[in-house]
Design a protein around this ligand. Sequence first.
Ligand SMILES: *[C@@H]1O[C@H](CO)[C@@H](O)[C@H](O)[C@H]1NC(C)=O
Ligand SMILES: *[C@@H]1O[C@H](CO)[C@@H](O)[C@H](O)[C@H]1NC(C)=O
Ligand SMILES: *[C@@H]1O[C@H](CO)[C@@H](O)[C@H](O)[C@H]1NC(C)=O
Ligand SMILES: *[C@@H]1O[C@H](CO)[C@@H](O)[C@H](O)[C@H]1NC(C)=O
Ligand SMILES: *[C@@H]1O[C@H](CO)[C@@H](O)[C@H](O)[C@H]1NC(C)=O
Ligand SMILES: *[C@@H]1O[C@H](CO)[C@@H](O)[C@H](O)[C@H]1NC(C)=O
Length: 325
Amino acid sequence: MTSSTTTATTTLFVLLLCAPALSRADYPNQVRTPSPLWRRASSSSPPRSVPPAGFYNPNDSGGKMLTVAPNTGGLGEPLNIIVSGNSDETVLVDSEDNGGFRNYMISVGFAAECLGQHEGDAQTANLGDGNGQLNETSELRWDYGDPQLGTCQETIDGGNHFRYWIQDGPSANSGAFFLATSYELPIQTGHDILFDGYNLGRDWLVGNATAQSSIIPTANLTNGTTFSGQTSFGGYTYSTDALYLSGILSNSTDGLNHASSVGGNGVEALDGLVAVLTVKVVSSPSATASGARPSISTVPWWSLSATLFLTSLALSSSLLLSPSA
Ligand SMILES: *[C@@H]1O[C@H](CO)[C@@H](O)[C@H](O)[C@H]1NC(C)=O
Ligand SMILES: *[C@@H]1O[C@H](CO)[C@@H](O)[C@H](O)[C@H]1NC(C)=O
Ligand SMILES: *[C@@H]1O[C@H](CO)[C@@H](O)[C@H](O)[C@H]1NC(C)=O
Ligand SMILES: *[C@@H]1O[C@H](CO)[C@@H](O)[C@H](O)[C@H]1NC(C)=O
Ligand SMILES: *[C@@H]1O[C@H](CO)[C@@H](O)[C@H](O)[C@H]1NC(C)=O
Ligand SMILES: *[C@@H]1O[C@H](CO)[C@@H](O)[C@H](O)[C@H]1NC(C)=O
């Protein structure tokens, strides 16, 4: 063999070894849906600006702290939990990767809907951020301890769940997540909401997010009540500080969907409290562990093109030269 065929064959061998690794690494990135925040990064939205409270009150600029449920004549559900814009940037990304919001929620006990299905039409909300009335970003359900399939049990047996929206529009970009949380009854009852189910859904989520050993006493909450605690999933540990605030959501049953099941007998369906969660990442997977994950996005496009070009070059030169060897 001449030295040039040896070089060409060696190059080909090395390139063929690399090629399958590159295409395998490509796969997980292709199946993931890009988060709205990634899309936003490339759009012309103004940068995030977070007021001291951690969010803008939608009611101050044409929005509402109630969602609109389809086919109800405008009735809706309370946005009774806010993940504050003062939370770590990591948590304010709508992603299961890199410790994002969905990973945080798995640590609390909520996961994506059963087998990727979604029942019913989207609810909408206007967070007063200039984006107007928008469909929910997504819906997460109590996963009964199983992030893969547990939400299927929630769909049938009922349980805690929430829809959420992100306040990231051009006129009020706090990055805060607004959650409409409620505890729904089993599917046979048409998924009506449990009596007091808006307040209870909120408090059972907060109780899990702050790792309480007993259920938060809903009737004893007042403006300024706090809870704190830690949860973990996927190598990330989060600390959550919950602060209950009144005066943002009204203390009434007016405009509520499922009003007949959640309140009555002189009891208002809402106590008017919103739980504001400030979430920080206290530990994350070590740099080596996360750096070891292969990703096509770290391989520049020209490298892949060059690989293909050199592979064909090596192939043709070895074919040309081998007869003379
Ligand atoms: C909002 O959701 C409904 C289904 O519930 C869908 O038909 C509609 O296209 C969605 N709108 C947008 C802007 O995605
Ligand atoms: C956690 O959530 C589950 C399901 O909603 C609930 O049964 C449980 O009481 C909650 N735990 C706390 C401490 O709130
Ligand atoms: C709630 O308040 C009542 C009286 O206001 C008190 O008796 C009860 O112990 C409180 N419960 C909790 C769990 O703090
Ligand atoms: C609730 O408490 C906060 C301080 O934590 C205060 O700024 C706010 O004015 C209070 N709201 C009402 C309605 O009293
Ligand atoms: C929302 O704003 C309107 C005025 O625009 C006011 O009448 C109403 O009380 C506010 N609601 C709450 C819950 O603050
Ligand atoms: C809500 O209103 C009811 C009666 O209208 C009252 O008993 C209750 O204390 C109020 N709750 C809050 C948090 O303001």
